[in-house]
Design a protein around this ligand. Structure first.
Ligand SMILES: Nc1ncnc2c1ncn2[C@@H]1O[C@H](COP(=O)(O)OP(=O)(O)O)[C@@H](O)[C@H]1O
Ligand SMILES: [Mg+2]
Length: 257
């Protein structure tokens, strides 16, 4: 078991965004988290990656209690997520974005630009990741000039820049065509094998993509796990298909812990 969460709860004031969520991710797994808007998917990813503190519950990463560890410490331990640097620094080139990701995850953000030029290791690492994601030819292109699909790839690539053991991606292919989504997922899976990534957790809306790439699907609804199983089980579960995937209108309701 590489990542485990037990009884996660998150309150925003009175509102209960997560209500007793438990899950486990094993080595070798590609896990997708699905659910309608507001189900708590991003909150869950934020808690698992140390960005948000849970109101209750525990997160274990590689048999270590990491609740509240913070993203920098978790990155050093081998957990990465997309930092969305593409949107933060649209004028940085592909290579600079990946260098910034490496440096940010090493916790040296304050010396970022002073150290970049001198840090050969950071540079060669960034170039290797760019090539791994098919962005080598565009390494000097500013991020904002990239087509949408390449922007998404750069975002994912920046999560790979520290050679993590696990990555967590929140809607990595949102806003691109199905054909582009498939290309991005294929690149992600190939890159994962090359760097020896041990697990992937993603939030994804496109159920064709979810069913095609996941070993396991966790369906969230109103802050609770509605189902957790392999694609075939989820596909056969009418309640999940209706409620979570939105084939039927969901009655609005405010979950309370
Ligand atoms: N910082 C916040 N403050 C208050 N409410 C929040 C905050 N973040 C998320 N929420 C609420 O928690 C619920 C779950 O949000 P989120 O995790 O973003 O859902 P999802 O990613 O599944 O769409 C939503 O109703 C959202 O409005
Ligand atoms: Mg979300």
């Amino acid at each position: 078991m590489i990542l485990q969460a037990d009884g996660l709860r998150k309150l925003y004031g009175e509102f209960c965004a997560l209500d007793g969520v438990s899950l486990a991710v094993d080595t070798g797994e590609f896990v997708s988290i699905v659910g309608p808007n507001g189900a708590g998917k991003s909150t869950l990813i934020n808690i698992l990656t140390g960005v948000t503190r849970p109101s209750a519950g525990k997160v274990r990463f590689k048999d270590r209690e990491v609740g509240g560890a913070g993203p920098v410490r978790l990155a050093r331990l081998g957990m990465a997520r997309s930092f969305q640097l593409v949107q933060v620094f649209p004028d940085l080139t592909v290579l600079e974005t990946l260098q910034a990701a490496v440096v940010a995850r090493l916790g040296r953000a304050t010396r970022l630009f002073a150290s970049l030029a001198r840090d050969r290791e950071v540079q060669s690492d960034a170039l290797e990741v760019a090539e791994l994601f098919g962005l080598g030819d565009k390494r000097h292109t500013p991020a904002r000039q990239l087509p949408q699909g390449d922007k998404k790839l750069l975002d994912i690539a920046s999560a790979f820049a520290l050679r993590p053991e696990i990555i967590l991606l929140d809607e990595p292919t949102s806003g691109v065509s199905t054909a582009d989504k498939t290309a991005i997922m294929d690149t992600l899976v190939t890159a994962s094998r090359r760097i020896g990534l041990r697990a992937i957790v993603q939030v994804e809306h496109d159920m064709d993509i979810v069913f095609a790439y996941s070993d396991r699907i966790i369906a969230l609804h109103q802050g609770k796990v509605l189902a957790d199983g392999p694609p075939a089980t989820i596909l056969a579960d009418q309640r999940v298909m209706d409620t979570v995937i939105g084939r039927k209108a969901v009655a609005p309701g405010t979950p309370s812990c």
